[in-house]
Design a protein around this ligand. Structure first.
Ligand code: FO1
Ligand code: 5AD
Ligand code: MET
Ligand code: SF4
Length: 389
């Protein structure tokens, strides 16, 4: 028999749900290089202990509200420049139309995504906002959220770094907000690194936003972008940075582990996407460091192998859209929900739809929105408050 990599003392502590030290996590990472199966066994045990055998997803519609952006990340093709054919600025009418289509397809989540403060950089954005009756991107988001909510969807906004006051405004209509930490390392903002021209990706700035959301009691989706030139140590530190916020504010509802995909016409076109074994090791480590966290990978970015992540500790697939593409990774179509359902069942899990806020966080949400959710959770068989422990 091969030698056990994890000492029995450490193993006992982990299966008890106690968090390893950063140094231990780093050693676990190195050992997993030799024998990942032992690590997956522990993470899988913790997943089942804390989350049972349910895997969730959110039926979403992706509103690509405005994709001009003041920042430039070297991996991103979501951002457009004025004049390009892919510029997107959805009018109120567009939002009403798409909301209606989404409702017909039983969607529950309205995901609003924008570039970072487009009006700070582009006259085109300022003019368009003004002509459409908005004084800023956040005013646009507030109104877009109201339209979607009125049409029966539940908004979740990821518009980059928002101020505390802006998040406070969105809390009226949004059941949760999203902001990817990406990574906690300042090194990734240095010359030649992916965040050099993206001041909003400064980890201090992002952590501050997540803390402000904590003070406002807003459930936050955050996550890491894996494979953008970080070291394994930096990824481990990033998981601990999220843990620190959650330990203090209890407001991190889920962690997305997103595998970088290279895009043509970007400075990172020749960087490979992370190897599956590397990516999976961090899924398992996230589960061990935060045993009862909701951990998500997007299934479309691991086509053909996403089901295998079920045995390394995830319990959520994030938003899957029956009607809109993934505007961040348009090369990767969503799998059909029926297919995901069958794959989960084959692996011994049951797939359930959820709202864009997890039941454990309903207590933080505007009570009017909770009431609206409870009106439809039974008829549409969505995970509801009883699901929360
Ligand atoms: O459910 C969410 N999914 C978010 N996702 C995931 C997204 O819905 C897709 O799963 C991925 O883009 C897959 O390609 C993001 C993906 C990104 O690349 C960047 C930001 C986000 C932000 C969110 C978010 O706030 N909420
Ligand atoms: C909206 C989120 O999309 C992610 N994102 C941006 N570009 C890419 C890419 N090339 N590959 C994978 N994820 C990406 C980032 O994590 C960002 O925060
Ligand atoms: C495609 S990214 C969308 C959200 C925001 N611009 C961010 O990077 O956080
Ligand atoms: S990832 Fe977000 S902040 Fe970075 S360039 Fe793209 S839209 Fe802008």
């Amino acid at each position: 028999m091969s030698k056990l990599i994890l000492s029995s003392e450490l193993l006992n502590r982990l299966v008890d749900g106690r968090t390893p030290s950063k140094d231990e996590a780093y050693h676990i990472y190195q050992d997993a290089d030799r024998n990942p199966l032992e690590l997956y066994k522990v993470s899988q045990f913790l997943r089942t202990k804390n989350k049972g055998t349910v895997v969730t997803y959110s039926r979403k519609v992706f509103f690509n509200l405005i994709n001009l952006c003041r920042d430039t990340c070297s991996y991103c093709t979501y951002k457009s420049e004025p004049g390009q054919t892919k510029v997107s600025m959805l009018s109120k009418k567009d939002i009403i139309t798409l909301t209606d289509v989404a409702k017909k397809h039983n969607c529950t989540e309205a995901l609003f995504v924008t570039g970072e403060r487009p009006e700070q950089k582009y006259q085109e954005a300022r003019t368009w906002l003004k002509e459409n009756g908005f004084s800023s991107t956040v005013e646009y988001l507030v109104e877009a959220s109201e339209i979607a909510l009125k049409g029966g969807l539940f908004p979740h906004t990821n518009a980059g770094n928002l101020t505390k006051d802006e998040m406070h405004q969105l809390k009226n209509t949004n059941v949760s907000l999203g902001l990817m930490l990406e990574n906690s390392s300042e090194r990734l903002s240095e010359d030649g690194m992916p965040h050099q021209f993206a001041p909003s990706k400064n980890p201090k700035a992002r952590i501050k936003v997540l803390q402000n959301a904590g003070e406002l009691k807003i459930p936050m989706t955050t996550g890491l972008l894996v494979g953008i030139g970080e070291t394994p140590q930096e990824l481990i530190d990033s998981i601990y940075a999220i843990k620190e916020i959650h330990d203090r504010y209890n407001n991190i509802q889920e962690i997305i582990l997103q595998n970088f995909q290279p895009k043509i016409d970007t400075p990172m076109k020749s960087s490979p996407s992370p190897q599956e074994k590397y990516f999976k090791t961090f899924v398992a480590l996230a589960r061990i460091i935060l045993p009862d966290m909701n951990i998500q990978i997007p299934p479309n970015l691991s086509p053909g192998s996403y089901s295998s992540f079920l045995s390394s500790g995830i319990n959520d697939w994030g938003g899957i859209s029956p009607i809109t593409q993934d505007y961040v990774n348009p090369e990767f179509p969503w799998p059909r929900i029926n297919e995901v359902d069958v794959n989960c069942a084959n692996a011994g899990f049951s797939l359930r739809a959820r709202f864009p806020v997890y039941p454990e966080f309903f207590h933080m949400v505007n009570p009017h929105l909770v009431e609206k959710m409870s009106e439809i959770s039974d008829s549409e068989n969505l995970v509801s408050a009883e699901y929360a422990k």
